[in-house]
Design a binder for this molecule. Structure first.
Ligand code: SF4
Ligand code: SF4
Length: 101
């Protein structure tokens, strides 16, 4: 499924359905196995930064496992990484089209 279609699907869901869907996606999130996931995020139990947005914790970027290893990233054709620090996919799609000079 394209990421845009996931966004449409989420927007059409009732709050209860959306919460259930998010809870299921969190089970697939592998952030807790990533070196960048730290003691603060372990305590706060934050996950699914790609959809829910950046962490409330201070983050020291190490590596990001999203693009290589996460089924959610692959399933929804996501393109970016380091969501815990840099924010969710939907707010950052412009980065893909920005030419850095
Ligand atoms: S893409 Fe990253 S933030 Fe999103 S579910 Fe996968 S591991 Fe978690
Ligand atoms: S978003 Fe990426 S960098 Fe952050 S904890 Fe998840 S896998 Fe690691």
């Amino acid at each position: 499924m394209k990421f845009e279609d996931l966004t449409t699907k989420l927007n059409k869901m009732s709050p209860a359905d959306r919460n259930g869907f998010i809870a299921e996606l969190k089970k697939e999130c592998i952030c807790h196995e990533c070196p960048t996931y730290n003691t603060c995020t372990q305590k706060s139990k934050e996950l699914l930064f790609c959809i829910l947005g950046k962490s409330m914790c201070p983050i020291d970027e190490k590596i990001c496992r999203c693009p290589q290893d996460c089924s959610v990233h692959q399933k929804y054709d996501m393109k970016l990484s380091f969501y815990c620090l840099r924010g969710k996919e939907i707010e950052r799609r412009d980065e893909l089209y920005t030419i850095k000079i």
